[in-house]
Design a binder for this molecule. Structure first.
Ligand SMILES: NC(=O)c1ccc[n+]([C@@H]2O[C@H](COP(=O)([O-])OP(=O)(O)OC[C@H]3O[C@@H](n4cnc5c(N)ncnc54)[C@H](OP(=O)(O)O)[C@@H]3O)[C@@H](O)[C@H]2O)c1
Length: 350
């Protein structure tokens, strides 16, 4: 089996290009989060997936990763831990953006350190719910201070659009990476963000690459779901499917991906993930894992090499889709809109 590829966010900072997503393990994401999550972290790490993603607002997930770290240390698996990079997020509550203080932010950083059982956070990705509250440059500068104080190794962002990223980076915020939605369904980053990141040496880490599981064989030839969906990712990406042209357009894309998968003897999800790893500036894809059932295909992902014919077929299929409106996360920033109204905004207070 081909080893999982690696990328560096900065010199000396290596990650696996497949990053294990943690939202799926959060309380409230779905009813079926794995009971053996801690053991599965070890299985992923052993398979070469050395980067895990989480957030201060993914309820219980930093703690689960901390448990995993403590267990590994107690069992003398220090070498295993040495390879691990844990990417968390700093997500101040919407209700506190206007009044949040440096001490408040430091308290959440200290809480992440404690929960993760870490002396220093590997990567902190900064999120700001409302860019009309013009304090994100100020709050980001506090994160830079905590980095200088040794509490954080690398800084990053998540879900800022290109104009706001420009403001942050021009203010001196040293973003090594931005985490954003980028998939065969959502091409918004190609409008401006990819070029901006290339100019500023910022790596892209994508979520949504399998659209909560929609971009898989499970949904090929299936009627549009009518009832409630099984988890929060599916709810989120169902809206993206509506925006990219609806269920028929989505089925046409799945059929193209199935034809490519047939050429290589793989599954649709692997083609969807591999295609995103070929995008310029993309260092890694963050794939949600609720249980160990996908590990075999995730570990084999790098055996798959898409060729020019495959990419031409994908490009032709994407040309048929409706482009999503706006820049990165612009649709989601409308709190009363279809995308914004399904999100939870004050989870740090919970
Ligand atoms: N910064 C942000 O705002 C933000 C937003 C969303 C996500 N994220 C990050 O990105 C991660 C990914 O989350 P996401 O919501 O974008 O979900 P996703 O990765 O697109 O989808 C995850 C789901 O897809 C299914 N899946 C995974 N691999 C598969 C495979 N090989 N074949 C078939 N199905 C497969 C699984 O469903 P089953 O469990 O049902 O099998 C899994 O739970 C999160 O954990 C989080 O770390 C960040």
């Amino acid at each position: 089996m081909t080893a999982i590829e690696t990328a560096s966010l900065r010199p000396g900072y290596q990650i696996s290009r497949l990053i294990k997503g943690g939202w799926q393990l959060a309380t409230g994401h779905s009813d079926a989060a794995s009971a053996s999550a801690t053991a599965e972290m070890g299985d992923y790490l052993d398979a070469g997936v050395t980067a895990f993603d989480c957030a201060d607002i993914y309820t219980g997930v930093e703690e689960k990763i901390g448990d995993f770290r403590r267990d590994a240390m107690a069992n003398g698996n220090d070498a295993q831990l040495d390879r691990l990079k844990v990417h968390t997020k700093c997500v101040p509550d919407l209700g506190k953006l206007a009044t949040i203080t440096k001490a408040d932010v430091e308290a959440t950083i200290d809480r992440s350190l404690k929960r993760l059982s870490a002396e220093r956070l590997d990567l902190v990705q900064f999120h700001w719910w409302d860019t009309d509250v013009k304090r994100y440059v100020e709050v980001a500068s506090w994160l830079s201070d905590f980095q200088k104080a040794g509490k954080i190794d690398l800084l990053g962002t998540t879900n800022f659009n290109t104009d706001c990223m420009d403001e942050l980076v021009s203010s001196g915020f040293d973003a090594a990476a931005i985490q954003l939605q980028f998939s065969l369904l959502d091409r918004r980053p190609t409008k401006r963000m990819v070029d901006f990141c290339a100019e500023r040496n910022i790596k892209i880490l994508c979520y949504g690459t399998v659209a909560g599981g929609f971009l898989s064989d499970r949904w090929l030839g299936v009627a549009e779901p009518a009832g409630p969906l099984e988890n929060r990712s599916l709810v989120k990406y169902r809206l993206i499917i509506e925006d990219m042209g609806g269920w028929d357009a989505f089925q046409a894309l799945l059929a193209t991906l199935r034809a490519i998968a047939d050429r290589h003897g793989v599954d649709i999800a692997s083609v969807a993930m591999r295609a995103m790893l070929a995008e310029p500036q993309v260092a890694g894809i963050i794939v949600g894992v609720r249980h160990g059932g996908h590990l075999g295909r995730h570990a084999a992902l790098f055996d798959l090499v898409l060729d020019a014919e495959d990419h031409a077929k994908i490009d032709a299929a994407l040309a048929e889709a409706t482009p999503l409106e706006g820049d990165v996360f612009d649709l989601e920033r409308d709190k009363t809109g279809r995308h914004g109204s399904i999100m939870k905004y004050n989870l740090n207070a919970a």
